[in-house]
Ligand binder design. Structure first.
Ligand code: NAI
Length: 337
């Protein structure tokens, strides 16, 4: 089938072409993001392949459906950017890659925790400048610290396994507790309790109306003072402006982010020669105790291989049977939206 692949980077092309080595599909790679303006470029394709910052709102889906697109194949696990109700009305099937490597994201989460705690980002610069002073680099032992994991699905579970190795005490909060995490010694508690007791709080829930700004102005004063907050889920799970206030007041001791509420205008592009127009993001960059990566937690060879294979498996199955392997069940999701 002909597939228009939006937001293509060289690495997307490399892994998708490898997964399509038998030439089963006619992949048309487009560098631009999917948007109301670019949707027309999918003309002639039955399938559109999209990534996390592509615009999959109603007007875009309407344009795609009108031009003959039948399947929206996401190269991501998260689908908060897709108007599923509109997709259903338009008869568009939406498929995703539910699990490609929870290890990639969980390991990146640990990288953020370790780097922030031991100030690796600052030490790197100091040493390069011949500054070997240790003041300002003081960290803490992870052993014995309480880590709160909000969202204990595939990624939260892998994170819990790793943290057991560090000797951390695990708290969990989830609308559907995971028995594997319980077996690992995780104690499931209320939202208030996980906020109050966690030395490190790591977010691994999807972005839904219930989790939007889960960490916001009203939650700041319920957090353990000096907490390390880590978000590798979706940017809008935290209210960035409120978190900036928390950092200024010292309520939040440090912040590690792989995702950002307004990342669509920034991430995945080289903007190093441009002036950043987003003042909130620019403020975040000024804190010594904030470490940001640009949505790279998924970015391992194993994950990209799996994303490409599952995406093509979704497309092949849809071509053969009219059903993708990993369709998003609109009925299941509808109450959230
Ligand atoms: P998953 O579906 O296996 O786990 C999500 C967990 O969150 C489930 O256990 C679910 O019950 C729980 N949950 C849902 N609503 C909740 C609520 N209101 N309060 C507490 N818990 C709630 O998903 P997985 O694979 O672990 O991924 C988690 C999230 O990580 C994804 O939704 C996605 O947004 C993000 N992600 C980020 C990546 C990155 O590169 N930074 C890559 C892949 C995923």
């Amino acid at each position: 089938m002909r597939v228009s692949v939006f937001s293509t980077k060289p690495y997307d092309r490399q892994f998708l072409e490898a997964a399509n080595a038998d030439g089963g599909h006619d992949l048309r790679f487009l560098e631009m993001r999917l948007s109301p303006e670019s949707a027309a470029l999918a003309q002639g394709s039955k399938v559109v392949c999209a990534f996390v910052n592509d615009d999959c709102s109603r007007p875009v889906l309407e344009a795609l459906a009108a031009s003959g697109v039948r399947l929206l194949a996401l190269r991501s696990a998260g689908f908060n950017h897709v108007d599923l109700a509109a997709a259903r009305e338009l008869g568009l099937t939406v498929a995703r890659v539910p699990a490609y490597s929870p290890h990639a994201v969980a390991e990146h989460t640990v990288a953020l925790i370790l780097a922030l705690n031991r100030n690796i980002h600052r030490a790197y610069n100091r040493v390069r400048e011949g500054n070997f002073a240790l003041e300002g680099l003081l960290g803490f032992d992870l052993q014995g610290k309480t880590v709160g994991v909000i969202g204990t699905g595939k990624i939260g579970e892998v994170l819990a396994r790793i943290l057991v190795g560090f000797g951390c005490t695990l708290l969990g909060h989830d609308i559907a507790p995971n028995p594997v995490c319980t077996d690992l010694g995780m104690d499931y508690v209320s939202r208030d309790e996980i906020f109050a007791r966690s030395d490190i709080l790591s977010l691994h829930c999807p972005l839904t109306p219930e989790t939007h700004h889960l960490i916001g102005a009203s939650t700041l004063r319920r957090l353990k003072p000096g907490v390390m907050l880590i978000n590798t889920s979706r940017g809008a799970v935290i209210d960035t402006r409120a978190v900036i206030r928390g950092l200024k007041e010292g309520v939040i001791g440090s912040l590690g982010l792989d995702v950002y509420e307004e990342e669509a205008d920034l991430f995945f592009e080289d903007l190093s020669a441009k002036v950043i127009q987003d003042d909130v993001f620019a403020r975040l960059l000024t804190f010594p105790n904030v470490l940001i990566t640009g949505h790279q937690a998924f970015f391992t060879r194993e994950a990209l291989t799996q994303i490409a294979r599952t995406t093509l498996a979704n497309i092949t199955a849809y071509g053969q049977s009219g059903r993708a392997v990993h369709e998003i069940s609109v009925e299941k999701i509808a109450p959230h939206r």
